[in-house]
Design a protein around this ligand. Structure first.
Ligand code: 5GP
Ligand code: ZN
Length: 112
């Protein structure tokens, strides 16, 4: 059992609701969503920040780019925010790099 919560999710030791997976990335619903459909995209390799990955997290950005509009469509959201809390001082709580896809709805006061 790893002490990284997202590695435990990748190892199926903690259940998650997956929405996308390929060789390098996994995407699943956030357990404490900021909005309906709030999704996290993570690299399958453990790295605290995307910059710690050899390719700078290229696959995570690519999955996020492709998945974000589909995520918004799936919950009928007209817009979305993408977020990356990179480092503790930036608000990163889980030390396994991840991108947030947060669908936004009319009048929900969205925005960073
Ligand atoms: P951070 O603040 O590190 O950018 O965001 C971490 C995110 O991971 C939070 O939005 C939090 O709700 C989510 N999270 C933390 N633990 C779990 C978990 O065990 N399962 C899922 N699905 N999401 C989690
Ligand atoms: Zn990890």
């Amino acid at each position: 059992m790893t002490d990284c919560v997202f590695c435990s999710i990748l190892d199926d030791e903690i259940p998650s609701y997956g929405v996308y997976e390929d060789d390098e990335t996994y995407a699943f619903l956030d357990a404490n969503p900021l909005a309906r459909g709030h999704t996290l995209v993570i690299p399958k390799t453990h790295a605290e920040t995307l910059g710690d990955l050899d390719d700078g997290g290229k696959a995570v950005f690519e999955t996020t780019r492709r998945l974000a509009p589909r995520t918004a469509d799936a919950v009928d959201a007209p817009a979305y925010n993408l977020g990356l809390n990179n480092g503790e001082e930036a608000g990163q709580e889980v030390p396994h790099a991840h991108m947030h896809i947060v669908p936004r709805f009319d009048g929900d006061g969205g925005g960073p």
